[in-house]
Design a binder for this molecule. Structure first.
Ligand code: NAP
Length: 248
């Protein structure tokens, strides 16, 4: 039976855990060959690969810190050697560090901006050399916080507002090449990152504020990425899709 992404090649940044891992698995389940990028968690990335292969899919893991240009170049070279030209780029890698205004430092600012914003731009720029001639699809993982300000997250919120703006800008710049650019904006999602940053402590109160009564799971988010990656969304570009259980 044919699948939505047969013969497509996809790169997912930050795919060893959380939302990125779910996206990699859903893309592979629809027939895409997937490059599972990770920064430090090799064992977790290999677990994602093993799960994809066990279901008959194709995937390889490539280590690269996508806040660094040289690493990004290496990611695309490795991807080209394995699978050739790409069709889909998912800019998922991102970090969120809570901090009240008094404690914001230059290091706190640069860590988040260098990955969430600059890394996303540099990865997209590099990807353009590797997209196949027919064009393709770029999906940026933004956040509910791009428009709904959560206190204690000023820098992170700003990076995600920037991601929405970059999505709209690149959608116009890249439309002539038939490369569509959309963003998926999750509300709070249960992931390792959420626990590591201590933000899971707020999950009960966020669930109570949420019309659908719970926080999200990575599997709530990944199907929308498959939609934007596939021809089902062939006339959609520059959009931001909020997946938040109704919280806005
Ligand atoms: P997570 O559980 O912390 O996982 C982060 C992933 O990104 C890991 O695979 C990590 O790999 C990778 N990563 C971190 N730094 C990297 C770097 N410099 N280069 C390459 N990969 C890197 O995060 P998550 O909660 O799934 O969040 C994923 C995305 O969704 C982020 O963009 C986040 O802003 C967004 N988001 C999350 C939520 C939420 O509530 N969870 C809500 C809205 C939006 P290593 O472990 O190998 O470093």
């Amino acid at each position: 039976m044919s699948q939505k992404l047969d013969n497509k090649i996809a790169i997912v940044t930050g795919a060893s855990k959380g939302i990125g891992a779910a996206i990699a698995k859903h893309l592979a389940a629809e027939g895409a060959s997937v490059i599972v990028n990770y920064s430090t968690s090799q064992a977790a990335a290999e677990k994602v690969i093993a799960e994809i292969l066990s279901k008959g899919g194709n995937a390889i893991a490539v280590q690269a810190d996508v806040s660094k240009r040289a690493d990004i170049e290496r990611l695309f070279t490795a991807s080209k050697s394995a699978y050739g030209a790409i069709d889909i780029l998912v800019n998922n890698a991102g970090i969120y560090n809570p901090s009240p205004i008094e404690d914001i430092t230059e290091a706190h600012f640069h860590k988040q901006v260098d990955l969430n914003m600059l890394g996303l731009i540099l990865t997209t720029q590099q990807a353009l050399k590797y997209f196949n001639e027919q064009g393709g699809s770029i999906i940026n993982i933004s956040s509910l916080v791009s428009t709904m300000a959560f206190p204690g997250l000023a820098v992170y919120n700003a990076t995600k507002s920037a991601v929405d703006s970059i999505t709209r800008t690149f959608s116009k710049e890249l439309a002539p090449r038939n490369i569509r650019v959309n963003s998926v904006n999750p509300g709070m999602v249960e992931t390792e990152g959420l626990h590591n940053t201590g933000m899971s402590e707020q999950s009960k109160s966020v669930a109570e504020m949420t019309p659908l009564g719970r926080i999200g799971t990575p599997d709530d988010i990944a199907p929308a990425v498959v939609f934007f990656a596939s021809n089902d969304s062939s006339w959609i570009t520059g959009e931001t899709l909020f997946i938040t259980g109704g919280l806005r």
